[in-house]
Design a protein around this ligand. Structure first.
Ligand code: ADP
Ligand code: MG
Length: 702
C-alpha cells in the first residue's frame, strides 16, 4: 500500500516546480507555444510580442507556485551559479502594487557584473554585463523565486560564463553531424543533440566537526590529519548499507531534485568511508549542466538540514579515494537514434563506425584540450594517483571492438570461427555483448556500449567545460569527414578509405589495459601520447595555435575569450594554493603550536612532580617524550617559516603562469613537508590536547 502511495507521490511531485513543456502547452495560447517551440528546437529568435505572452504566463504560474521574485540564473566563471532576485511588484497610482513581469525582463537582465571574473575582458570594454534567456533549459521555482536559466555576456557580446560556449558547441556539433547523416541518406533528422549523464561523487561529514576545522571551512579539504587505523582497505563501504542519517539526507535530496525535474536515479555508498554517489538519468548536455549545478547546490543545502556538510572537493581526505564525476556522453538524433550505438544493418553500422572513428580521432588530436578541461588544483590530487585515471588521455574500446577495428585496417581475421574481414557499408558488425565493454574502470575515456564515459572530471567541476571541449573537437572531425566525403563521387569507397586511414592514424590512443600501472606510463611515452602531469603543465596548451584555430573556426570562443579564460583558471589555481598555504600557517601558529606547548607543559609538570617526590626516573617515559616533542616542535617551526617564505615569493611573481609554477613546485612541496611534521605530532600529543577533530572522527562519526 505505502509503496503505491509513494509512487503516486513521485508522479505528482516530479517536475512540479518546473515550467516544463507540458505546463507551457497547457498555459500558452497555441500560436505562442508553437513559436516558442520553434525557438527552442531550431534556435529561431523570439519575437517581442511572443516573449511578453510567455512572460505573463510564466509569472502567473510562478505566483501560483508561491513565487514573489524572479531571477536570471547564470553560470559565471566562478564555477558556481549566480542569481539576483527582483520582486514582481510594480506600484500603482493608488498606492498599492500589482505583480508584473514583462517580456523584456524575461529575455534580458543587466546584473552589475563588475565583481565576476572576466580575465581582463570586461576591463577593456564596459563594466556591465547582461544575461539572456536560454529557452532550451526550463525555468523553475525554488525558494519562492522564479529561476530563469540564462547566458551571461559582456556588453560587447563576449562570453563571461560557462553556458555560452556549451550552447555554441552543441550547435557546431549539430551542424557537422547533420552533414554526415545526410550523406548516409538520412533526411528525417532535423537536429542532432549531445546527451550527458554525470555521476556525482561527494563526502558527508558531521557539521559540528566540520566547524572545528579551519582547513575544511576555508579550503574544503583537510590540510592536516594523520591516517586512522582503518581506512578503505576492507572495502566494506562500497555499496554498503546506508546509515539512517545519510539515508534521510538522500531521501530529501531525491525529493527536492525531482520537484525541479532532475532525474536523480541511483544512489549508493562509494569506496571511501563517508563517500557517496548520485547518478541521474541522462538528458541534453545543457540541461544536464544546469541540473548538475542544482544537484551540487542542493546537496550542500540539504546536508546542513541534517547536521551534515557535503564536501564536493576532489580530495577532502588524504589516504582514501577522492571524488570525481563521470561524464557519460553520447550523440543522438531528434528522432531518438543514439549515433554511438551499433545498429542492425550494414548501413547503420557504417554510420556508427563513422561517428566512432570521429570520436577516436578527436580525442587523439585534442588530448591536450581534454586534459585542460579537467585541470584544477583540487583535481591534481586525483589524476595519476592510482585512484583515478592518469593524466594521460587514452580510449578504452574493449577487446572485441578493438579487434574489429584491427581487422578493418589489417585485413586480419576478427574472430577465428568466422574469419571476418569487415567491409564497411557491406558487412554487418558482429554483435558484441554490451557488458563485456565495461570491465575496465581505470580508463579516462571508456566506450561503454552506446556512449563514452569521460572519467577525469573533478567532483566540484561544472560539466560545461569538458562537454564544450568534447562537442567542439568531435564537431571539428565530423566537419573534416563531411568535407572529404561530400567531395567524392563514390561514397562507399571513400568512406572505407576514410575509416581505415582514421583507425590506422589514431590507433595509438586506444588502450584497453590497466591505466593505473607504471608500465602504461612508459608505454604511453613510447606511443608519443601527452602526459601533462599537473594543471600548470596542462593549461598553457589551451591557447596553443591549433586550439585557438579550432575554437574560432567553430565560433565557440574568440581568441580574446580564450585568453581571458586561460587567465581566470590560472589565477584561480594560484588563489586556491595561496588560501591553502595561509590556512596551514594559521592553523600551525594559532592551534597546533599552542596545543604542543600545553601538552609539553603537562608532561614537564608530571616529570617535575615525580622528581620532587623522589621517584626513580631511570627509564621514565617523560624525558624522551619531552625530547621528541621538542625536536618535532622545532621542525614544525622551520617547516612553517619555509612555507611562509615560499608563499610570499610565489605571490610576488607578476607573470601569472610563472607564479602558478612557483605555487606548484615550491609552495605545494613546502605544504606537504609541514603537514608531515604536524601529522607526526598528532600521533604524539594527547587526544584531549589536539586542537581539532581527527580523521577517525571525521570519517566515521556520521
Ligand atoms: P554505470 O556507469 O554505473 O555502470 P550506467 O552505464 O548504467 O551506469 O549509466 C551511467 C550513466 O550514464 C547514467 O547517468 C546514465 O543515464 C548515463 N547514460 C546512459 N545512456 C546515455 C547516453 N546515451 N548518453 C549520455 N548518458 C547516458
Ligand atoms: Mg559509470
Amino acid at each position: 500500500m505505502s509503496t503505491d502511495n509513494n509512487n503516486n507521490n513521485i508522479n505528482e511531485i516530479f517536475g512540479s516546480k518546473v515550467f516544463s513543456d507540458c505546463v507551457m502547452r497547457k498555459r500558452l495560447p497555441k500560436e505562442t507555444y508553437k513559436m516558442l517551440k520553434k525557438t527552442i528546437n531550431d534556435g529561431e529568435p523570439l519575437e517581442a510580442s511572443v516573449a511578453s505572452v510567455v512572460a505573463n504566463a510564466m509569472k502567473d504560474w510562478a505566483i501560483e507556485m508561491g513565487a514573489t521574485h524572479f531571477t536570471h540564473w547564470f553560470q559565471p566563471m566562478t564555477g558556481i551559479t549566480a542569481e539576483k532576485h527582483d520582486s514582481f511588484i510594480s506600484p500603482t497610482s493608488d498606492g498599492k502594487v500589482i505583480m508584473e513581469f514583462s517580456g523584456k525582463e524575461l529575455i534580458k537582465g543587466e546584473p552589475d557584473a563588475s565583481s565576476f571574473p572576466s580575465g581582463g575582458l570586461r576591463a577593456t570594454f564596459e563594466a556591465r554585463g547582461y544575461t539572456a534567456w536560454d529557452p532550451t533549459s526550463y525555468a523553475f521555482v525554488k525558494d519562492n523565486t522564479l529561476y530563469i536559466p540564462t547566458v551571461f555576456c559582456s556588453y560587447s557580446g563576449d562570453a563571461l560564463d560557462k553556458k555560452t560556449p556549451l550552447l555554441r558547441s552543441m550547435e557546431a556539433l549539430n551542424k557537422a553531424a547533420l552533414r554526415i547523416l545526410r550523406l548516409f541518406g538520412d533526411n528525417e533528422t532535423t537536429r542532432v543533440i549531445t546527451t550527458v549523464g554525470p555521476e556525482q561523487e561527494y563526502f558527508l561529514c558531521d557539521k559540528e566537526l566540520f566547524l572545528k576545522r579551519k582547513d575544511l571551512i576555508f579550503a574544503g579539504r583537510t590540510l592536516f590529519g594523520a591516517m586512522p587505523p582503518k581506512g578503505q582497505e576492507m572495502e566494506d563501504h562500497y555499496f554498503g548499507s546506508i546509515k539512517p542519517r545519510v539515508s534521510a539526507f538522500m531521501k530529501e535530496l531525491d525529493q527536492e531534485l525531482w520537484k525541479l525535474g532532475v532525474l536523480a536515479k541511483t544512489k549508493h555508498n562509494e569506496v571511501a568511508p563517508a563517500q557517496h554517489e548520485l547518478a541521474p538519468i541522462f538528458t541534453t548536455a545543457n540541461i544536464a549542466t544546469d541540473h548538475n549545478q542544482l544537484t551540487m547546490e542542493l546537496m550542500k543545502k540539504i546536508a546542513e538540514k541534517h547536521g551534515l556538510v557535503c564536501l564536493l572537493h576532489e580530495k577532502p581526505f588524504a589516504g582514501v579515494n577522492g571524488s570525481g564525476k563521470h561524464n557519460n556522453w553520447s550523440i543522438s538524433t531528434n528522432t531518438g537514434v543514439n549515433l554511438l550505438e551499433p545498429g542492425d544493418s550494414p548501413k547503420e553500422n557504417a554510420q556508427f563506425l563513422t561517428f566512432l572513428c570521429a570520436v577516436i580521432k578527436a580525442v587523439n588530436d585534442y588530448q591536450d584540450l581534454l586534459r585542460v578541461s579537467v585541470a584544477s588544483a583540487g583535481n591534481d590530487h586525483r589524476l595519476g594517483a592510482n585512484e583515478a585515471p592518469p593524466a594521460i588521455v587514452s580510449i578504452f574500446l574493449g577487446d572485441e571492438l578493438t579487434e574489429i577495428l584491427d581487422s578493418i585496417v589489417d585485413g586480419t581475421e576478427y574472430n577465428k570461427k568466422s574469419r571476418v574481414n569487415m567491409e564497411i557499408g557491406v558487412d554487418i558488425l558482429p554483435k558484441f555483448p554490451r557488458d563485456t565493454t565495461d570491465r575496465n574502470r581505470t580508463s579516462p575515456f571508456a566506450f561503454t556500449g552506446n556512449k563514452f564515459e569521460f572519467r577525469m572530471l573533478g567532483s566540484s567541476f561544472s560539466i560545461s567545460g569538458p562537454n564544450f571541449v568534447l562537442n567542439t573537437i568531435v564537431a571539428e572531425v565530423l566537419t573534416q569527414f563531411a568535407d572529404r566525403l561530400e567531395g567524392s563521387d563514390d561514397f562507399n569507397k571513400e568512406l572505407n578509405k576514410l575509416i581505415k586511414e582514421t583507425i590506422k592514424e589514431n590507433r595509438k590512443i586506444i588502450f584497453n589495459g590497466n591505466n593505473y600501472s607504471e608500465e602504461w606510463v612508459e608505454e604511453a611515452a613510447r606511443r608519443g601520447l601527452l602526459n601533462l602531469a599537473s594543471t600548470v603543465d596542462a593549461l598553457p596548451h589551451f591557447v596553443d595555435k591549433k586550439n585557438i584555430e579550432l575554437f574560432t573556426k567553430h565560433k565557440i570562443l574568440t581568441e580574446a575569450e580564450m585568453h581571458s579564460r586561460y587567465e581566470i583558471v590560472l589565477e584561480n589555481y594560484c588563489k586556491t594554493l595561496r588560501i591553502e598555504a595561509l590556512t596551514m600557517i594559521d592553523m600551525v601558529k594559532k592551534e597546533i603550536i599552542p596545543a604542543v606547548i600545553s601538552y609539553t607543559k603537562m608532561v614537564a609538570d608530571t616529570l617535575a612532580q615525580k622528581r620532587s617526590l623522589g621517584v626513580d626516573l631511570a627509564g621514565a617515559l617523560e624525558p624522551s617524550l619531552l625530547q621528541d616533542l621538542s625536536d618535532l616542535g622545532s621542525k614544525l617551526m622551520k617547516a612553517e617559516s619555509r612555507l611562509a617564505e615560499e608563499v610570499a615569493a610565489a605571490g610576488s611573481v607578476s607573470d601569472v603562469l610563472e607564479s602558478a609554477k612557483c605555487y606548484r613546485h615550491k609552495v605545494l612541496p613546502a605544504m606537504e613537508d609541514l603537514r608531515k611534521v604536524a601529522d607526526t605530532l598528532e600521533g604524539l600529543v594527547g587526544k584531549d590536547f589536539w586542537p581539532f577533530p581527527t580523521y577517525s572522527e571525521l570519517l566515521y562519526r556520521v
